[in-house]
Design a protein. Structure first.
Length: 229
């Protein structure tokens, strides 16, 4: 699923003093802890709804899924400072888990479980690697905000166009773009937390979750391409 611009977050402008030496300030540690806890819970919830979707043979929604997706993002943005923000976050991630069901069933039938396992492993490696790199080096990704925003917009438009064009090479290009941009977005969001540009863990969780979702889907697609004769 495509994202809006480094989306769901406040502007990731660095706050002087947010990172001092090798340690993080108390606010950053708190946001990181809450973000990773909520992210773990929402990923687990998505796994449950994806399993249910597979068992009941939930039908693909195609572009129609953008309507509830955008609506739930809007609800999260409006309530991110209250308990309802958590409720809508679980609603969004549960819904996105449902949309995974038909995709996973397809790959199980035509590609086998190995493709899914490889994609899951690759997703874990990319997320862990980007998060660890950002936390260890404390690199500030603020300068990449415009690049990521424009890149996601271009990839989104190209992806929508290719729904009608059906060009394999364009599909592969879009997949590679989303893989790279989503990986950068993991680092960008982590950097925004440790440098003081993000203090809402609900917003941070949604950004990281959607990045994970995109990474997993694009790895599935790329591994599927690699398995074609």
């Amino acid at each position: 699923m495509e994202q809006r611009r480094p989306v769901y977050t406040s502007e990731a402008t660095a706050r002087p003093g947010a990172v001092s030496g090798a340690s993080l300030d108390a606010d950053a540690v708190k946001v990181l802890r809450n973000t990773y806890m909520l992210l773990a819970m929402t990923v687990a919830f998505s796994a449950v709804t994806a399993t249910i979707s597979m068992l009941v043979q939930f039908q693909p929604m195609g572009l129609l899924m953008l309507l509830p997706y955008v609506g739930l993002l809007f609800a999260i943005e409006k309530t991110k400072d209250s308990g309802w923000g958590i409720v809508w976050t679980f609603a969004l991630t549960g819904f996105m888990g449902l949309t995974l069901g038909p995709i996973l069933n397809y790959f199980l039938e035509f590609r086998g479980a190995e493709t899914i396992v490889l994609a899951l492993g690759g997703t874990a490696v990319i997320f862990t690697g980007m998060s660890a790199y950002t936390l260890i080096t404390k690199k500030n990704f603020t300068a990449l905000t415009g690049f990521i925003s424009i890149g996601i917009m271009i990839a989104f438009i190209a992806g929508i166009a290719n729904v009608f064009l059906g060009i394999p090479a364009l599909s592969l290009t879009v997949a590679c773009m989303f893989l790279g941009l989503s990986s950068l977005l993991v680092g960008w969001q982590t950097s925004a937390i440790i440098h003081g540009g993000e203090r809402n863990y609900i917003s941070a969780t949604v950004t990281l979750y959607v990045s994970l979702y995109n990474i997993f889907l694009t790895l599935l697609q790329l591994i599927g391409f690699a398995g074609d004769d």
